[in-house]
Design a protein around this ligand. Structure first.
Ligand SMILES: [Fe+2]
Length: 403
């Protein structure tokens, strides 16, 4: 007897830590460490050169009696061996907590090393989860994480300061994967516009678009929930109204603060049963093989992928068009869904991001399509929530059309 009621009968929400958003909140980093019981913190970071942020965080901590060590060798899209190197420093210097300073790379490095430390030095590659075998079974093979982490955010953004998973590159595959364990999310996330406004213009554009991707991909996902859709509707509106201004003038205080909210809401919405879809899935392939920044990789594939998805849920695209500011009065759901594409095309053009042209923009080679699609289609988490069915050939076709 087929007992499947429907595809995703139960929706789960993530257990997220404290979130603090506002001007000057980074100055509370030592208080957060003390509340979490951290006496010696490993600061994980890419270095954030020429900003002075890491030095200042370090001074606040040491000035408040919290000893520190710094691991500043994290690179964008952190690799498994970087996580293991950070863990060695954590263990050998007697740290009992993490302060991650930066964007997604720094936070996910901190989460990854905590997963390793909680599991007695087990290689991070042995803790990756996939849709097959089922991730909820894999998680039971590892110990939960009880080492605290304070995430000081400097981008807007990946939202990694408030997600329960760590996105890490398996350098042997190579492919991007996910580690999820109970307790892995940061204990506290501090999102401070004073730090976020120091991003360069191109980073502001691509990371801001990443926040939007989290919002629209989880809104249309099969795994969506009412929590998720409520949060993401507002996140999309905030991005549509603020990302242009923030990209071209990070000192615009209102736009900066609103993007801080949007990026965090985007990630919280993913955790409230939304997930992401094929945009992130194919984007991961471009990121790993060609070093394309995460948000930028998602942005360049957004329009073709969502044209593919449009017919599976036009009413949701219509609602998203409204969130982006389009006037959809008097239109059918299908007509209104086209307005979302109009809004997105305009936003991408305003951010100077060109869709497709993957050969010209990144040197994509036909020989790599099979690798990208195999990992995306067979194992990647992003497959689960995509609103429209697809198979290996559909993915190849999509990428071919974007060459
Ligand atoms: Fe993302």
């Amino acid at each position: 007897m087929n007992k499947n009621i429907f595809e995703f009968p139960i929706r789960y929400s993530a257990v997220i830590g404290k979130i603090a958003i506002g001007w000057g909140v980074y100055e509370t980093v030592a208080d957060e460490c003390k509340m979490a019981g951290i006496k010696k913190a490993l600061i994980t970071t890419t270095g954030l050169k020429r900003t002075g942020i890491v030095d200042e965080i370090n001074q606040i901590l040491t000035g408040s009696g919290i000893a520190t060590e710094i691991f500043n060798k994290v690179t964008p899209n952190p690799k498994d061996h970087e996580i293991m190197a950070a863990y060695e420093v954590f263990k050998n210097t007697g740290c009992d907590g993490v302060v991650s300073v930066g964007g997604g790379s720094s936070h996910d490095c901190g989460k990854g090393l905590r997963a390793v430390a909680a599991n007695d030095g087990k290689n991070i590659l042995d803790m990756f989860v996939y849709v097959d075998p089922p991730w909820m079974e894999t998680i039971k093979n590892h110990k939960p994480v009880n080492i605290p982490q304070i995430a000081v955010n400097t981008t807007a953004g990946t939202g990694a300061e408030s997600t329960v998973g760590a996105a890490i590159v398996n350098s042997q595959a190579p492919a991007k994967g996910l580690v999820i364990l109970p307790g892995l999310g940061a204990t506290s996330a501090l999102i401070d516009p004073l730090l976020v406004r120091q991003m360069p213009q191109d980073v502001a554009a691509s990371t801001g678009f990443d926040a939007l991707c989290h919002a629209f991909e989880s809104f249309i996902a099969r795994t969506h929930s009412h929590y998720n859709m409520g949060i993401q509707y507002r996140a999309m509106k905030l991005v549509a109204e603020n990302l242009r201004e923030f990209t071209y003038n990070r000192m615009n205080h209102t736009a900066c603060e609103n993007m801080c909210w949007a990026e965090n809401m985007g990630s919280v919405g993913i955790g409230f049963s939304g997930g992401v879809g094929m945009v992130h899935g194919l984007g991961h392939g471009l990121t790993v093989l060609y070093g394309v920044p995460h948000g930028f990789a998602s942005a360049v594939v957004t329009l073709p992928v969502e044209r593919y998805n449009q017919s599976a849920c036009p009413e949701k695209f219509a609602e998203m068009a409204q969130a982006m500011g389009a006037d959809t009065r008097g239109l059918t759901a299908v007509q209104a869904s086209d307005k979302w594409f109009d809004e997105m095309e305009r936003l991408l053009a305003d951010l100077n991001i060109k869709t497709g042209h993957l050969k010209e923009q990144f040197g994509l080679q036909e020989k790599d399509l099979d690798h990208i699609v195999k990992w995306q289609y067979e194992r990647d988490f992003c497959r689960e929530g995509n609103p429209r069915d697809y198979n290996y050939d559909d993915c190849i076709q999509l990428l071919n059309d974007m060459l």
